[in-house]
Write a protein that binds this ligand. Structure first.
Ligand code: PLP
Length: 433
């Protein structure tokens, strides 16, 4: 049975754990939920990363989404290198900001005006403040299993069955921060209608991952997003699509491009920075005009619109728009998940799969989940063994049963075939990992 050595990573992890809480600068990286330790990465190129033990890993995380062109795309590297001598940050406007705003507007037409920030968390936080400022209402609605960054008001424990008042999901979040956060299960049509019937006039905004990627991969039921859009319009609430993960990922125009739905506001992150720290929020011009300094809703950032990050984002988006076909990416991603499923089936292991563009989910369950509540009944024990087995074949999957995976344009058909072959081997030896 093939097993790689991750000894140096383990040593670094032990050292890191003395200096950095949990040894990592973001929790999921710690591999805690798969009962092992993280790999320390030395470099990344195309579809691969190399760890400090010299193992070459085929990467299906892609920095949790940004690396859609693969790592260190030569044209992106060249653009960034060219920008470096001109300074890292001005704290003053530069023409690059207009260029990325035009690109975003072209690719996501519901975004009439856009504001750049430095992370998806910031984008979601600011979009909700804006929605509250614009509507003069305080309640916000989110869905269980959807992640919108770590702002206090969004760290709410999942309610189930019906709308529940937000209960803080983390120590340090005061009750007051979440008392106006209402949660509903994803895809719960009756619950959604009931909530709007009862409290529609108090709701400032509904924020949603239109395809959920933070609770495995969950697709909205037919008509669900349309219903949500109608209910928001009828009650004067703003609809916010959090496309931090799905933007420029499930297709060039995100989920809204696929579905032909126009949210009032959209939040972006991940791919928009091509691996550098950028987030963005944008949408209706009349709403965006309320942001300072054109309006009274305050939001600011020292490094927002940073020229190096923006250069990286512009080149990434330009290449995506002109040089690559999402149809090809979708085909390759589908081939991957169907290959995994066929292999699981051959070994008598329950698995369901889904994908869109370069985003995918696989879950150890007989049927695809429609909500976080359904996803959480999957066989996490099988996932852990599978994850560790694949890691030992040099396949780097998201270390959680509840995270979507990503295929990049650098992944080849051969990479996909090798992954399926590795899965076949791992399924045959599952109990040994
Ligand atoms: C990653 C993510 C965020 C948070 O973005 P950060 O850049 O990590 O702050 C918000 N929403 C969704 C849907 C995400 O996937």
């Amino acid at each position: 049975m093939q097993k790689l050595s991750f000894e140096r990573s383990l040593k670094l992890f032990e050292k890191a754990s003395r200096l950095i809480p949990g040894g990592v600068n973001s929790p999921v990286r710690a591999f805690k939920s798969v009962d092992t330790h993280p790999l320390f990465i030395e470099r990344a190129q195309g579809a691969y990363m190399w760890d400090v033990d010299g193992n070459r890993m085929l990467d299906y995380i892609g920095s949790w989404g940004p690396a859609i062109l693969g790592h260190s795309h030569p044209e992106v590297v060249a653009a960034v290198q060219k920008a470096l001598p001109n300074g890292f940050s001005y704290g003053a406007p530069c023409a690059l900001e207009i260029k990325i705003a035009e690109l975003v507007q072209e690719l996501v037409p519901s975004i009439e005006m856009v504001r750049l920030v430095s992370s998806g968390t910031e984008a979601c936080m600011a979009a909700l403040r804006l929605a509250r400022g614009f509507t003069g209402r305080e309640k916000i609605v989110k869905f269980t299993g959807c992640y919108h960054g770590h702002a206090d008001m969004l760290l709410v424990k999942a309610g189930s069955g019906m709308a529940t008042l937000g209960i803080p999901g983390s120590p340090g979040v005061p009750q007051g921060s979440t008392q106006d956060t209402l949660t509903l299960p994803f895809n719960d049509v009756a619950g959604l209608k009931a909530l709007f019937a009862k409290q529609g006039s108090e709701i400032a905004a509904v924020i949603i991952e239109p395809f959920v990627g933070n609770a495995n991969f969950i697709r909205p039921l037919d008509g669900y997003l349309e219903l949500l859009s109608e209910l928001c319009r009828a009650s004067g609430a703003l609809l916010i699509f959090d496309e931090v993960m799905t933007g420029f990922r499930v297709g060039l125009g995100g989920v809204q491009g696929l579905k032909g739905i126009k949210p009032d506001l959209t939040t972006l992150g991940k791919v928009i920075g091509g691996g550098m720290p950028i987030g963005a929020y944008g949408g209706r011009a009349d709403v965006m005009a309320k942001i300072a300094p054109s309006g009274p809703v305050y939001q600011a950032g020292t490094l927002s619109g940073n020229p190096i990050a923006v250069t990286c984002g512009i080149k990434t988006l330009e290449l995506l728009r002109s040089n690559y076909s999402f149809t090809d990416l979708a085909k390759r991603t589908r081939a991957l998940v169907h290959g995994l499923k066929d292999s699981a089936t051959r070994h008598g292991i329950p698995m369901s799969v889904d994908s869109e563009g370069g985003m995918f989910g696989f879950i150890f369950s007989e049927k695809l989940p429609h909500s976080y509540e359904e996803a959480s009944t999957a066989r996490v024990d099988l996932f852990k063994q599978f994850f560790r087995g694949m890691l030992h074949q040099g396949i780097y999957l998201a270390p959680s049963a509840f995270e979507a995976g990503f295929v990049s344009f650098a992944h080849t058909d051969q990479d996909i075939q090798e992954t399926i072959a590795a899965a076949d081997y791992v399924f045959a030896h599952l109990s040994q990992y």
